[in-house]
Design a protein around this ligand. Structure first.
Ligand SMILES: C[S@@+](CC[C@H](N)C(=O)[O-])C[C@H]1O[C@@H](n2cnc3c(N)ncnc32)[C@H](O)[C@@H]1O
Length: 279
């Protein structure tokens, strides 16, 4: 039976039908079959699975290459069944090989689903304690190298060690949990790249969630920006204008700027791009 919410969100069937009528969508799907050397084309066309992760890991790897890092980390906060983390592993391997950068994958999760919403800022009208359970044995048997940090993120994150962080997906649903995860950026600057691409899953859709700057991940971002003068979390505003396919993640992608980072001022334009802009 059709859900009443499809009047607000649209339905998967209608989305699929509209997509199949779109030349950009057809080209994007066909580009999936291109050989590895066409990775930049696939990233631009959003051809790969989980394009938000593909884009974030790709931008991190370019930066690593240009700033001389041999190895970086990418993180998923909120793993649940592991679909996202498994995609992250695949993408990290493929993108790492293209740029000749080692990309470590780290996933943080309670292992037992969502905690109890603390107050209205955790959107209690959307989620319940225990939602998004993980089958730990099944996931562990499918992972091929990702590090799984199990337990409340407030307890596991302080123990985190790894290569400098270049991409983070925040998908913990709650304000309180996102505040805990943002402690990542309180660690010394050497633990990250000067600019870290970030994806925030719970700031836009579904429409019936009615996200507000006074709660959830949006509030955590606002407070982070209010409390820091030498760092900023800013949306990547150009994405929706450059991508051929319209997608919500373009507005869910942010960049953490660490202005005091020793490599913040290092030039990142490659010579051919610089010349093109000057001419
Ligand atoms: C929506 S699910 C993540 C889905 C996953 N990113 C994906 O795309 O497949 C949210 C997860 O956040 C985890 N979580 C929320 N708050 C947490 C906290 N404070 N500590 C650890 N895990 C937490 C829950 O266990 C839940 O599995």
């Amino acid at each position: 039976m059709q859900s009443d919410f499809s009047g607000i969100e649209g339905s998967l069937g209608i989305y699929r039908l509209l997509n199949f009528c779109s030349p950009a969508y057809i080209i994007s799907r066909l580009a999936r079959f291109l050989p590895d050397r066409y990775l930049p084309t696939q990233i631009f066309l959003d051809s790969l699975k989980r394009p938000a992760y593909a884009f974030g890991i790709y931008t991190a790897a370019i930066q690593a290459r240009l700033l001389g890092y041999e190895s970086i980390s990418v993180i998923e906060f909120g793993v649940a069944g592991g679909a996202g983390l498994l995609s992250m592993e695949l993408l990290a391997r493929r993108i790492g090989a293209y740029f000749d950068v080692t990309i470590e994958v780290h996933g943080f999760d309670s292992g037992v689903g969502l905690p109890k919403p603390a107050d209205h800022r955790d959107h209690p009208y959307l989620w319940r304690e225990g939602d998004f359970q993980m089958d730990r044995d099944r996931l562990s048997s499918r992972l091929t190298g990702a590090h799984l940090w199990l337990g409340p993120v407030a307890e596991t994150l302080p123990r985190f060690t790894g290569s400098p962080v270049g991409f983070v997906s925040f998908d913990l649903d709650f304000y309180s949990s996102t505040i805990d995860a943002l402690q990542l950026f309180e660690m010394p600057p050497a633990t990250r790249l000067p600019r870290v691409t970030c994806y925030f899953d719970d700031i836009l859709l579904p429409n019936y969630a009615s996200y507000t700057e006074k709660a959830g991940e949006l509030l955590a971002i606002d407070e982070f920006n209010r409390d820091h003068s030498s760092m900023a979390l800013s949306p990547l505003r150009g994405l929706k204008y450059t991508k051929p396919l319209k997608a919500p993640w373009h507005e869910q992608t942010y960049v953490l700027h660490d202005f005091g980072h020793e490599k913040y001022r290092h030039e990142i334009q490659q010579e051919q791009d610089r010349q093109r802009r000057l001419n």
